[in-house]
Design a protein around this ligand. Structure first.
Ligand code: FE2
Ligand code: FE2
Length: 322
């Protein structure tokens, strides 16, 4: 350990963030896990168990659902959670690989931290593909997630790096919040899905620290005008996420209604669709925008005028969830 620390310390004189990168590398090595041996452990999902807690699925807003449909409602959203993470991790990893290139002939601890970050995101995508297959085995036919992660990644990566890092930091902070404030505290969830969230959260904790370092470093490179464009890019990226959520909420609501044994009237169908969208906006946008660390970093990077522009643009989204 001392030899490793000395090697890291040797770099600290030259590279100001080496200590933070080093702590991420150490934590990453300490908590590293394998999909089958540590997470799945030969288990299967139980069709009678919820995949997401009520505080994330917002199922309590649909008082007319039977107990069986409350479970099914959380399972549809849990399955979509796996897809959404597989999707965002595609562009996150592409950006991390690009950022790693900046350190190839420089801070080797930073390079190691980003290589591990990338390796973990590839593993997470494999985990979520595995979870999709396993959830499909206990759910009725007809579920669909038709959004191509590569197409989304290309669109996201066409925006400025500052905006992509802002969106990524937001995602990796809300991932932790979902686990710590909702999933970890919820009794009665699928123990297997709870472990998926637990193991994912452990590695995401380092990612959020690295996102912040990279976002702040990228920010230093921008002129006032470039940052102004980047702020518009961030607003556009959040709007693009919302487009995906609107599409998937419609798809999931239609699947839920057709696969349920209940015969819902038009008013109830409409409430189901509205609640799917509200839950997805809460999970993937609003819980992150309200994260105190995210607000703190963003406020340090942008001017008050830019912050007002962001708040004004996102106000309808924020209000739609309340
Ligand atoms: Fe991840
Ligand atoms: Fe991550």
């Amino acid at each position: 350990m001392n030899i490793m620390n000395n090697a890291y310390l040797d770099q600290e004189n030259k590279f100001p963030f080496s200590h933070q990168y080093q702590r991420c590398v150490m934590a990453s090595k300490r908590i590293s896990w394998r999909i089958e041996e540590d997470v799945i452990r030969g288990r299967e999902f139980d069709g009678q168990e919820k995949f997401l807690p009520d505080s994330l699925s917002l199922v309590e807003q649909l008082s007319f659902l039977s107990r069986a449909d409350q479970v099914f409602f959380s399972q549809v959203q849990g399955r979509t959670y796996a897809h959404i993470f597989g999707l965002v991790e595609r562009f996150i990893n592409a950006k991390v690989l690009e950022l790693g290139q900046q350190h190839v002939l420089g801070d080797q601890v930073a390079l190691e931290a980003l290589v591990r970050f990338s390796d973990e995101e590839i593993k997470h995508q494999a985990l979520f593909r595995r979870i999709e297959m396993m959830t499909a085995a206990v759910m009725p036919e007809g579920y669909s997630f038709a959004i191509d992660p590569n197409e989304i990644a290309q669109a996201v990566l066409s925006k400025s790096t500052w905006a992509v890092l802002g969106l990524t930091c937001h995602i990796e902070l809300f991932t932790q919040q979902h686990y710590r404030q909702s999933i970890a505290l919820c009794d009665g969830l699928s123990p297997l899905y709870k472990d998926v969230f637990l193991f994912h959260w452990r590695e995401e904790s380092q990612h959020a620290i690295l996102d912040e370092i990279e976002w702040r470093e990228e920010d230093k490179k921008l002129s006032v005008q470039q940052r102004d464009v980047a702020v518009d890019d961030l607003i556009a990226l959040v709007a693009a996420v919302d487009q995906i959520l609107q599409q998937q909420a419609e798809t999931d609501a239609a699947y839920f209604v057709s696969a349920s044994l209940a015969n819902y009237n038009e008013q109830q169908k409409s409430a189901i669709t509205v609640t799917f969208l509200r839950a997805y906006r809460w999970q993937y946008i609003v819980s992150g925008l309200k994260h105190t660390r995210f607000i703190h970093i963003l406020a340090e990077l942008v001017s008050q005028t830019q912050m007002d522009r962001i708040n004004q643009a996102l106000a309808p989204l924020m209000k739609s969830v309340i």
